[in-house]
Design a protein around this ligand. Structure first.
Ligand code: SF4
Length: 491
């Protein structure tokens, strides 16, 4: 099995394949949440080697879905003796599961009265199990939004020793947090002690050392001249996407906006708390930046200082430009609450963008939205919708079902035009689009000539050629240009 299905995704898919039947639904007890990191997982000094893959039958696509995530959990699970974790069944009493690699034990603990949101819960569990070493703990948890929607995410933590606080990254896509919550799991905690290059038991430690050193040196030398990820993370993508007409704006109607400079790298580089921000040990890209002492102006943390993990590019585009918000602080607040509530920022952003366009086109109105005027750019309404999603209340409960289900609900209950919704509801197989305008682009094909060729997806329009077969460009899209597709507007 290890040879054929090598890698975290392979392990997960093998386990899931053996766990479910062809007619298994996401709510069935036999649906399995599988978490694995893969053979390189846990090797310090490589970006991405702390990642885990989470797999399950998704509530949003009703099919197999996987989502990858940083944080220390995958490596700690593996060092404790497990290449992969598979959870089946359901419990009526919420459980905290401890995988303790230090004391070599697994515990299932019934829990009651623990905080609902992941922000407070993950910090509390880290302190509880740390035994004086908070860096030895990683927590996986969801949040109330995962319970009340189909677009719940999972938060995977690591301990930031410099800032003395628990930080997290998200397995955002496909509602993995919703499956987790549906099973009745409150949190999974992994505990491990110190890590060095030998902990992952490499076949050739000396060779690994040499390659890791070269790799790290290259990143340290080139990153400051290129994307500056160690300083500004993925916010560098905002001006690039905007320049190439690819930044989703107003529900993917446009790829550019004059306000993009207010929500990109130039702004967040001043807001990010300076310092090392690797979500796994030894990562030299260290892109996982955050904002210290942010004070939300709505919701349960209103008026309190919090640490925001992010935003990354897709959160900025999803919870910013795509819903017409060009205010970096509102994006921070959306980011903070999505994580704390256990909600996927991409599905939240693209879902709200859809209902805003429906509202602007008159397909839905305030009698459907509970009085919310869902115009593009209405910051207060977007935040209110987010809080409603987390509590499973009001119109937020409907939005939390995802775009595909909203299309059916709006047509059946509000008499909205299905054809227009099909045109403007940006989902594929039920999953909300990620934050890139993916209409049409041009690549520079090195095999044919240096002239750009029109290109859609994997199909090359040069006669007789298929870009997936040629692959001379090694998948590198050298030049992108969006060609706008006119929208059919209602009468
Ligand atoms: S900090 Fe960024 S680059 Fe490094 S492992 Fe985490 S996500 Fe990857």
């Amino acid at each position: 099995m290890k040879k054929i299905f090598i890698g975290g995704k392979g392990f997960d898919l093998w386990l899931l394949w053996n766990a479910v039947k062809s007619d298994t639904k996401w709510t069935d007890p036999e649906n399995a949440i599988c978490i694995a990191s893969g053979p390189m997982g846990g090797t310090p000094s490589y970006p991405g080697s702390g990642k885990s893959i989470v797999t399950a039958i998704s509530p949003i696509t009703e099919s197999v879905m996987d989502s990858n995530v940083g944080g220390y959990f995958g490596p700690y699970l593996k060092f404790s003796g497990f290449d992969a974790l598979e959870i089946q069944g359901k419990t009526s009493q919420e459980l905290v599961i401890l995988v303790d690699g230090v004391d070599q034990k697994i515990q299932l603990m019934e829990s009651d009265g623990l905080p609902e949101d992941a922000y407070e819960l993950s910090a509390l569990l880290t302190n509880h199990f740390a035994n004086g070493k908070p860096r030895s703990i990683s927590v996986v948890s969801a949040g109330p939004g995962a319970k009340h929607t189909l677009i719940g995410c999972l938060n995977f933590t690591w301990y930031d020793a410099k800032r003395k606080r628990t930080r997290y990254k998200q397995a955002g896509r496909g509602g993995m947090g919703t499956v987790f919550a549906d099973k009745g799991i409150k949190a999974i905690v992994a505990r491990w002690d110190s890590v060095n290059l030998a902990t992952n038991n490499p076949a050739d430690k000396e060779a690994l050392k040499i390659v890791a050193k070269m790799h790290s040196r290259e990143i340290t030398e080139l990153d400051p001249k290129q994307n500056e990820m160690a300083k500004i993370g993925t916010t560098h993508l905002v001006p690039i996407m905007n320049d190439f007409d690819l930044l989703p704006t107003h529900n993917f109607q446009y790829g550019q906006h004059p306000g993009a400079n207010l929500i990109g790298r130039d702004v967040y580089q001043h807001l990010f708390d300076p310092g090392f921000d690797g979500c796994w040990m030894g990562c030299t890209v260290a892109c996982a930046h955050g904002v210290r002492d942010f004070v939300p102006f709505t919701g349960p943390y209103k008026g309190q200082k919090v640490f925001v993990d992010g935003p990354e590019y897709e959160t900025i585009a999803g919870c910013g430009s795509n819903i017409g918000i060009f205010d970096p602080f509102t994006i921070l607040e959306m980011n903070f609450y999505c994580d704390a509530y256990g909600l996927d920022t991409i599905s939240v952003g693209t879902g709200i963008a859809f209902v805003m366009e429906c509202f602007e086109l008159g397909l839905i109105n305030q009698s459907h939205t509970g009085g919310l005027a869902l115009h593009f750019g209405n910051r207060a309404a977007a935040l209110e919708l987010l809080h409603q999603m987390a509590q499973g209340e009001g119109f937020g409960k409907v939005v939390g079902q995802g775009i595909r289900k909203m299309k059916a609900i709006f047509a059946a209950e509000y008499d909205a035009d299905p054809a227009i919704m099909q045109d403007i509801g940006m989902e594929a197989k039920g999953l909300e689009f990620a934050e890139y305008v993916s209409k049409e682009c041009i690549i520079l094909c090195p095999r044919l000539s240096r002239r750009p060729r029109p290109f859609i997806g994997f199909r090359c329009f040069a006669p007789g050629l298929d870009c997936a077969v040629c692959a001379s460009c090694h998948g590198t899209i050298l030049y992108l240009k969006t060609i706008k597709t006119p929208r059919t507007l209602p009468k």
